[in-house]
Structures are given as C-alpha cells and as structure tokens.
Design a protein around this ligand. Structure first.
Ligand code: NAD
Length: 500
C-alpha cells in the first residue's frame, strides 16, 4: 500500500501487483479543488517506470495463468471486480470527489452503475468467438478466431477517471489483453485503488498496471513504448492527434475519444420546460466538464425567450459549494488552469461581442475558496465566434436562435466536432429526421447525457476514432485471424493458381 509522509498520503505506481516507487524518486502534489488542501503526493512516472510496467504486462500476457485462462473464468474475474467496486463504492466516490471536485451525489450515481460495466463485459467474455466461413470446396474448412492484442496502453483524463478508465479496462481484459494505465496527473488516486481491487478480484499480477505522472513524461513514454500492441486514449483532440500519429507510425491501432462542442436543439414544438432542464443538465452538470457538454444551444425563435428565461432562472438558483454536500449542484472546476481557461473564454466572448446574460464570474464556493465558477449563459453569439467553435470545458452555454430545420441542421453540423447532440421536439418524424441528419456519434431526443455499458458510442470528425462500450468495442481489443484447413488427403493440384 501507500505511505503517509508528514500526514500527506504518498501514492506509488502499481506495477506487477506491487506498489513501486518512481525510478526518478520524485513525487508531485495533487490538491482538493474545492478547498485547495493538499490531497496526496503521487509518483512522478518517467520512462524507466513505464518500461517496467510494460514489461510486467508483457510477462502477464505470456503467462499461462492468464493466457490459458478460460473465457468463462476471465468473465468471472470481471464479475468479481464489479462486485468489489460495489462494496467500495462510497470510498471510491469520496476519493474521486476529493480529486476532481465532482459532486459526491453524481459520483455516488456513477459508482452505482460502474459495476454494471464490469458485469456487462463479464457476460461478454465467453461470447467472443469466430465464425465458420463458407468455402467453394467443402473439403476445405475456413474459420476465424478473435485473439487478444497484447499489452494495451490506456491514457485517461481527469473529468470522470473511474468511468472513462473502465470503458477501456473492462473490454481490454474481457478480450484477454493486459493493460498499463496512465491516469491524468490530476486524478491518480481512484485508478490506483482500482488496480488494487483488480488484484483482489483475482486478476494475476501484471494484468493491470498503473503508472502515474504527467502527460509529457509518463504519457509520452507510454505512447512511445515499442511493447504496446494498442493505445486507447480519452482526452483532448490536440493530444489525441499526436497519439494517433505515433500509433500509426508503428502500425498499431488506437481508439480515441476526444473533445466536443455539442449542439442541444430546442424546436418550437418541444416541451420547453423539459428542454430547459435538458439544457441545464447538458452544460451545468459536472460544471460543464464533460466531453458531451451541450455547450451550443439552438432555440427556435418562437421559444427562444421562454427557454432563455427558464435556463437563466434555474442557473441563478444553482447551489454552488462543497461537492461533498448532498445539496450542492455545482462544484469547483478541477484545477486552477481549468478555471483560468474558462474565465479567459468568457472574456474573449465579450470581446467578440457576446453578452453575459447570467454568471460570467468566479465564485468562492460559499467561502471554501476553491476553483469555483458561476454557471454562465452567453447570448448575442454566432457560429463564427471562438466561444462557439472551441471547447471551453466549463459551465458556459452559448444560446442562439434559429428559424428553420434546415438552418439549424447546417449550424449544428458546422463544427469540427461530432461527439453528441440533443434534440427537443414532440414531432416524431422530426425526431427521426434530425437523428439521421446530425453529424454526431450519439443523438439524444428529449433527454441528454444518457449512457450505458450496452450502448456503443463513437466520436465523429475530430471527436474520435473507434467505438467504446457495447459489444462493438471488443473489435477494438482483438485481432481477427482467418484459418484455412485442407481436410483432403488427395495430392495437391496445380501449384501456380490461387485456391479457394
Ligand atoms: P488531455 O489531452 O490534456 O490529457 C488526457 C490524458 O493524456 C492525461 O492523462 C494526460 O496526462 C495525457 N497526456 C497529455 N499529453 C500527453 C502526451 N503528449 N502523450 C501522452 N499522454 C499525454 O485532456 P484532459 O484535459 O485531461 O481532458 C479533457 C479533454 O478530454 C476534453 O477535451 C474532453 O472533451 C476530453 N474527453 C473526451 C471524452 C470522450 O469520451 N470523447 C470523455 C472525457 C473527456
């Protein structure tokens, strides 16, 4: 386990089932964004740590105790891990709230569903199978099999560390791979705890390894490591582009879940009260620090004023404060730079001609003094402005009117991103039309921010490559082999022609 030095916990890497101090001997601080108290110090991972972790994962991958484990048994281990997470849900929820300031009530909700992700892939483990392919010669048997890839490098962000790591870890293990995780430098604690629980669940040492540290050090070293068979990344589009290029140069695959600037569209025929709740959920839940944030709100001109009134009224009553308090609705932003970035964007928006209808200021979170920022609504904005085009990743909504369906489809799709979209309408035909016309990997109609392990998700355009969740993601963690067997004893015919 980890040491406590002068009252502050000191977290080490988790490599080969052991707690391992950093090769360079250095640690970095991680504070609580609500109170600015020092939370813990974590190992500052560098190349030798990453190398050690990848080697441990390679050894575990080759070890018959993992390699030859039946798929049913693999599923059993995933089930155990899901059960252990249930048992430790409160501990993990509190840990993550202290790390990134997410509301404890939101984290309790996430922890209630997190075991389902492991249970889903537990059920899928013994259903990974190939097919028998028809051949033109019935003496020839052709079948396929899905094989694990080897060592998967998983690099994850700080906004929902456990959930977003699970989206990679559960299917990667389900398919028989081993994993090295590099969590965000802002949120190391729960991922280290998860790796301990994996060991307790019965996964062999080395199946799940965690190297903590900075992106430019531990992250880059992991991306550059020749021992990886695959990189699975969730984070910003800029980092994703670099990772995709590095993976492609070595001909290994990458799954990338990246940024977004999602439209949330309210039609004249919508239930406006529900739509306003959907807008609030889309941009102010988790203080807007979600990739799927509905940061561009388009309202039909006939309901524009009513929607604005409802959204700003609710925004004005949002309880800002201690994320540990069950009544709090908006916690702090996760770290100082993050608040500076959000404040900078609001200032930039005003310079570009936007008007702040509500919010637009820092908050002291009821005296806690952390990185709080008020829920903010910008109007008098259009698609040419940077506040409408770029991902702010904070509680800032840009609200715009529109007149026709064609116009709003064009506006909504006029973005480099394509992660998610919301549509509010009571017209069934319009709902289906919009679902088909919007360029986004997920479309919600009369709801927002719905997610499940069973439902595949994918970012279109600059929002990503590859699928997470559902059965589909198993393809991302396996390779397909085609096996041909000639069952005939007869002499082989003409060697100079192709066979089938
Ligand atoms: P980030 O890209 O700065 O960092 C993500 C991870 O990559 C961190 O672990 C970081 O240490 C690491 N990293 C940074 N530079 C690296 C490098 N050169 N080599 C290797 N690793 C490196 O992103 P962030 O600020 O942590 O997360 C916020 C972003 O994540 C937002 O853009 C958000 O939209 C996106 N996100 C996407 C999804 C999704 O599913 N599409 C989900 C959550 C967050």
């Amino acid at each position: 386990m980890n040491d406590v030095i002068s009252g502050v916990p000191q977290l080490e890497h988790h490599i080969g089932g052991q707690s391992v101090p950093p090769a360079g001997g250095e640690y970095f601080d991680s504070d609580n964004p609500a109170t600015l108290e020092l939370n813990y110090r974590a190992a500052r991972g560098t190349s030798p740590d990453v190398d050690r972790a990848v080697r441990a994962a390679q050894e575990a991958f080759a070890d018959p105790r993992w390699r030859d484990l039946s798929q049913t048994r693999r599923g059993r281990l995933l089930r155990n891990l899901g059960d252990l997470i249930s048992e430790h849900a409160e501990e993990l929820a509190r840990m993550e709230t202290r790390d990134n300031g997410k509301l404890l009530r939101e984290m309790r909700g996430q922890l209630a569903t997190l075991p389902e992700y492991f249970h889903y892939y537990a059920g899928l483990a013994d259903k990974i199978q190939g097919e028998v392919i028809p051949t033109s010669d019935r003496r020839v048997l052709n079948y396929t099999q899905r094989e694990p890839l080897g060592v998967v490098g998983a690099i994850t962000p700080w906004n929902s560390p456990l959930t977003l790591t699970t989206s990679k870890l559960a299917p990667a293990l389900c398919a028989g791979n081993t994993v090295v995780v590099k969590p965000s430098e802002h949120t190391s604690a729960t991922i280290l705890r998860l790796s301990e629980l994996a060991l307790e669940a019965g996964f062999p040492a080395g199946a799940v390894n965690v190297v903590t540290g900075f992106g430019s050090e531990a992250g880059q070293a992991l991306v550059d490591h020749r021992g990886l068979a695959k990189i699975s990344f969730t984070g910003s589009t800029a980092t994703g582009a670099r990772i995709a290029a590095a993976a492609a140069s070595r001909f290994i695959g990458s799954t990338l879940e990246l940024g977004g600037k999602s439209p949330n569209i309210v039609f004249a025929d919508a239930n406006v009260a529900n739509a306003a709740m959907g807008v609030v959920a889309g941009i102010f839940a988790a203080a807007g620090q979600t990739c799927i944030a509905g940061s561009r709100v388009f309202a039909h001109r006939s309901v524009y004023e009513e929607l604005l009134e409802r959204v700003t009224e609710r925004a004005g009553t949002i309880r800002i404060g201690d994320p540990m308090d069950e009544l709090t609705e908006l916690g702090p932003l996760a770290f100082a730079d993050q608040r500076e970035k959000v404040a900078g964007y609001v200032e930039l928006g005003e310079k570009e001609g936007a008007r702040v209808l509500t919010g637009g200021r820092q908050s002291d979170g009821g005296g806690l003094g952390g990185y709080f920022y008020e829920p903010t609504v910008l109007v008098d904005v259009d698609n040419s402005m940077r506040v409408v085009r770029e991902e702010i990743f904070g509680p800032v909504a840009a609200v715009m009117p529109f007149d026709t369906e064609d116009e709003v489809v064009a506006l909504a799709n006029d973005t480099e991103y394509g992660l998610a979209a919301g549509v509010w309408t009571t017209d069934l035909s319009r709902a289906h039309r919009m679902a088909s016309r919007l360029e986004a990997g997920t479309v919600w109609v009369n709801t927002y921010r719905a997610m499940s392990p069973m439902s595949p998700r994918q970012g279109f355009k600059s929002s990503g490559v590859g699928v997470e969740h559902g059965q589909e993601t198993i393809r991302e963690y396996t390779r397909l082999k085609s096996v041909w067997i000639n069952t005939s004893q007869e002499p082989l015919a003409d060697p100079f022609t192709m066979r089938s």
